[in-house]
Design a protein around this ligand. Sequence first.
Ligand code: SF4
Length: 354
Amino acid sequence: MTERPPILSISARELEAWLSSRDVPTYRRKQLWGWLARGAASFDDMRDIPKPLRAELDHEFRITSLRPVAVSQADRGLTTKTLYELDGGHSVEAVVMRYADRSTLCISSQAGCPIGCPFCATGKFPFGRNLKSHEIVEQALDAARMLPAEGRRLSHVVFMGMGEPMANYQAVVESVRRISDPELLAISPRRVVISTSGLIPRIDQLGQEKLAVTLAISLHAARDDLRDVLVPINRKYPVADLVASAQSYADRTSRRVSYEWVLLAGVNDTERDAAELGRLLRGKLAHVNLIPFNPVDDTPYRAPDRGGVRRFRQLVEAQGLNVTVRDTRGREADAACGQLHERVMRERSAVTAS
Ligand code: SF4
């Protein structure tokens, strides 16, 4: 028997056509999307939809294609990481981070990642596949389901989970349109961050979408010889061209670009690195976000200690740049992207081997 399609794998128009073909008024589609946004876990929860229609929907569609297979909590419950199995067997992670003034979801756009940064847990296992747009939106719907019971609402989405979002461009843009759709999750694009290792043609394309999402560049090094190693796509799209493309995005959208810098002790946290970063970004609409490295097994990299983080921050500030240090959420929750996936896969192979 073939699986029923997930309800969000069809467009609003297709769903309305399906309803019309059953002589059901098309406003039911809006009601249904409203229930999804409010976290309905089944069609049967959709109380203002007539019961026979709920049963028919359940017969034809699934509410989501994602199956949660592992959950880990950290930061006294403020961070929840969920590993989902996708149709066909690959799996991806999503992380909910609760703050005083917002609730942010870190979302995955690919199962695995083809970029292969050597400090990243996701980059270490083989690339699986691109996610479909509904699989991306379903991660957000699952967070929207989890949060209201805590008196919270999903307010921000960052594409910083598994994968390179710009390598799955169409599905990512489509998912942002749905996440921001007032009839679905209604999260302003301004509260959505798309992070990229630097696929310049896609950054230029994004600038033309009239979406005004925040762009984050995974920079990590300001000179080509080091960035060629840390972010291998740099060999194709060198750092000066990347920053020029990001600056055009900032000019076009008036959105400040965020430059992410994972701090690796002794590798990219020296005076020289700060000076190079200053030369690259001074005078630009830019913000530097320092991220103390979250140690990943089988990599040669180490996290700097607190003093090292503080010192590098001061060096970057002295360059006249805006800089913050990201709080390292979820140290005990297999926090670096790909780590929960890696642990579950290890445990599964241990079970299979025993
Ligand atoms: S850091 Fe990002 S771009 Fe690099 S391998 Fe990991 S997921 Fe891919």
